[in-house]
Design a binder for this molecule. Structure first.
Ligand code: MEV
Length: 328
């Protein structure tokens, strides 16, 4: 079996504003999806996963894209995972020219699904890397990121940002501006992530910000201010001052709230983290529900979130300096 792993990500700064050409800084986190592939003699694709889990459900799936899926629970999650793997293998077929070989694919992931922290990008990056290597082709990181981006674009009906897939392929901190993605220097970042068990509707949230920006000057100015925070944050990242980074994260969260994309559960996790002494904390991703990210080298924030009603899951995760890893 050929296995690869790839990390999830959080936005340190800049979500939503990135849609309007401002820069953003996603960071890979040491929470990974691991994908193993075994070539088959026929062209069939079979996917198995014991731990695509969300809300305590365990999805057990072993099916074929060409046959009738044998689905236990959380059907939509399995369908989503299948869609990504199917398209990822399509990209592998395209890049290797081998359309005859099928695969048995095994997915393990410790990134909560549907939480807005890049679980699908991590599965896609790891799947493309493992399957292309199984066919004797080693893709460069740039090619891998590009193929993973095309996969998300196809599965998500033309709506995908390069941030998740690039960050997952390269690891570390990344600067995204338009179609330009590059790695940037960053110190060790002691992330604590709180998840409320839900997820906002990204399309609706992005549309809501667009409408606000068209209607109110303050919203357009807020988006530009987020861009200013990102530019300043990049310099602070290079200096390695984690306390000042935290302060900028707090400002970024306030501006996202002004754009209407926070929620009661996100705000209550943000305040619990602040009161526990985190350097800074903000929502990450589209908002409306999902995850917050705090910077705290002590155990205090994680402990406070663990006992907070409405926080379903909390975990620490360092910045993942490695992106895709070739496991065997
Ligand atoms: C969602 O993870 C990030 C947004 O900025 C949307 C996007 O960049 O496509 C809200």
């Amino acid at each position: 079996m050929t296995r690869s792993s790839a990390p999830g990500k959080v936005y340190l700064f800049g979500e939503h504003a990135v849609v309007y050409g401002e820069p953003a800084v996603p960071c890979a986190i040491e929470r990974r999806a691991r994908v193993g592939v075994e070539p088959r003699d026929d062209a069939t694709l079979r996917v198995h996963s014991d731990d695509l889990s969300l809300d305590g459900f365990t999805v057990e799936y072993s099916g074929s894209t060409t046959g009738t899926p044998d689905i236990d629970v959380a059907e939509s999650l399995v369908d989503a995972a299948m869609g990504y793997v199917d398209e990822a293998i399509g990209q592998v077929r395209d890049v290797t020219g081998d359309t005859e070989t099928g695969f048995d694919v095994t997915i393990e992931s410790d990134i909560p699904l549907g939480a807005g922290i890049g679980s699908s990008a991590a599965v896609v990056v790891a799947a493309i890397d493992a399957a292309s290597r199984a066919l004797g082709v080693e893709l460069s990181t740039d090619e891998l990121a590009e193929r993973a981006y095309r996969t998300e674009l196809a599965v998500q009906d033309g709506q995908a940002s390069r941030a998740d897939t690039f960050c997952s392929a390269t690891g570390g901190a990344v600067r995204v501006e338009g179609a330009d993605c590059r790695s940037i220097a960053a110190p060790d970042l002691p992330f604590v992530i709180g998840f409320d068990g839900g997820a906002g509707d990204t399309g609706a949230l992005v549309a809501g910000v667009r409408q606000l920006r068209e209607e109110y000057d303050f919203a357009a100015e807020t988006i530009e201010s987020i861009g200013d925070i990102v530019r300043r944050g990049e310099r602070i990242l290079a200096d390695g001052d984690v306390e000042e980074l935290g302060e900028l994260m707090d400002f970024n969260h306030g501006l996202l709230s002004a754009l209407g994309v926070s929620s009661r559960s996100l705000d209550s996790m943000v305040w619990a983290a602040r009161e526990a002494g985190a350097h800074g904390v903000k929502l990450t991703g589209a908002g409306g529900g999902g995850c917050i990210v705090a910077l705290d080298p002590t155990p205090e924030t994680a402990t406070a979130l663990r006992y907070l009603p409405g926080c379903e899951e909390v975990f620490r995760a360092e910045l993942a300096t490695d992106g895709v890893k070739r496991l065997e």
